[in-house]
Design a protein around this ligand. Sequence first.
Ligand code: BDR
Ligand code: CA
Length: 325
Amino acid sequence: MQKHPIIIDNDTAQDDCVTILLALTDPAADLRAITTVAGNVPFDRQVANAQMTLSVAGRLGDVPLHLGCRQPMLRPWVSAEEVHGDGSGGLEIELDPDAISDEHAVDALIRLTAEQPGEISVVAIGPLTNIATAVVKDRRFVENVKSLYIMGGSNNGRGNTTSSAEFNFYVDPHAAQIVMEAGFTDLHIVTWDPITIRDATYSRARYDQLTSIDTPIAAFFKKVCDATLSFNESVGIDGSTHPDSITLAALLYPELVLEEGRYRVDVDTQSELTMGYSAMAWDKFGSEANAHVVERMDGEAFYDILARMLQTPSVPSRPIDGLAG
Ligand code: BDR
Ligand code: CA
């Protein structure tokens, strides 16, 4: 099986943790580094969540963890704690400072992709501050990245942070627009609406089935996803949402992408009403496409991939307080 070398740029909470686990356990993934960016929950909490995730897979210290930008470019940071709680379901770990790289995330993104130009893909599943900063710091980054997979925006559909904006694009719309205009030749976007809410949302019954698997990874998955599932149900979303991990799956298993279109994507940075809105224009408007926007995914096949991941045995690298077993 072909292994895809990847870097995951993320705001570690809930499905970001799931994405890291998938990258650590899936036979199609070769995880080279994890980079963190301001997003879901307070930055230092994200670092703890990332270390817990590496630890539950027995991989703490194996995969470099680089800390990145601690705030968006121009706007104040906005959290998603009302959605994810602390992002780990109240688990705690004693931090291992030796398992945190001294190199800034932006420098690591630039260096790793320059060492193997055109070979490493980036999966960006948080606000795009690190990615935009890498673009601004070293334009060669744009050519050196093989493929850039982004979880963000909605395809002219509803938002989840405001009526018009999805969280990742809302938190740092300026960074998102820099990335849209940067000229990445193979840029793919997995949206909130329709992809996440139609193809990557699993009902409580199916979630219970998934989380009944008896492994440390499955117990951890349940802990990190429970709060978000309850929040979703309180706002009328019928299940556990997996926007970030299905984005990684789109890269690892392109056959899961059932429909994809070429679009010109721009992110609103001007209007308070529609800040972070992603305008996705198709051919009709005569604009030059800058992205492949995923339009339909095979949610059933992805469910099976999650189930396989949860069956992976592991011995946690260090104790995680609150995790049974
Ligand atoms: C995005 O926001 C975060 O809360 C999730 O991890 C995902 O990246 C969904 O809007
Ligand atoms: Ca995320």
